[in-house]
Design a protein around this ligand. Structure first.
Ligand SMILES: [Zn+2]
Ligand SMILES: [Zn+2]
Length: 183
């Protein structure tokens, strides 16, 4: 886990998650969801961590569950909003979730962008400010790089089983006592 203080005075996102200055659409113990004030698509939400973590590159293996929880809550809100508008459920190919990377971070407090449908984005967003790669990391990319840095397997569920269960391994042949082979 990152050892970082919970609240930073003057941080806009700390104010949102702790004092609810802006309307919070949904929250839980770990994060809160608000609408992005400059939406790049019909649905554009920010999932903000309650703990003040300044940037995604500060995340460690212990924070992977936080990132996963942020995505879960973000999807939850998106699903609710789609339903409210009478729109069809999430189409995976149209969803983009991810984080801005330093130095392209305007508010230095961990927040995940949930953008839907991503085809709504203008040229500048699509090809510069939200282009997956250096300045913007999609959630799966980010968690993969955290796992990689920590020396964890890419996906814990696909970790190879150790090939240690060879049934013959412990079935050693009895060695003949030395005297038995003397002739
Ligand atoms: Zn903050
Ligand atoms: Zn951002």
């Amino acid at each position: 886990m990152s050892i970082i203080s919970t609240t930073v005075t003057g941080c806009k996102f700390c104010e949102i998650v702790h004092h609810k200055k802006d309307p919070v659409l949904k929250e839980n113990e770990q994060c809160a969801v608000v609408k992005d004030i400059k939406p790049k698509a019909k649905h554009h939400y920010l999932v903000i961590s309650k703990k003040h973590i300044s940037k995604p590159t500060d995340l460690t293996a212990g924070d992977i569950s936080l990132v996963e929880e942020m995505e879960r809550l973000g999807r939850d809100v998106l699903r609710t909003e789609l339903k409210k508008n009478g729109e069809a459920d999430i189409v995976e190919d149209m969803l983009m979730t991810g984080f801005h990377m330093p130095p392209l971070i305007t508010i230095k407090h961990l927040h995940m962008h949930v953008i839907y449908p991503k085809s709504d984005m203008g040229m500048l967003s699509k090809y510069v400010t939200f282009k997956p790669g250096k300045v913007f990391k999609e959630t799966t990319e980010l968690t993969a790089s955290i796992r990689d840095k920590a020396g964890l397997p890419p996906n814990p569920f696909e970790a190879k089983l150790e090939a240690s269960d060879n049934p013959c391994k412990n079935d050693e042949h009895e060695e003949l006592p030395a005297h038995a082979i003397t002739n």
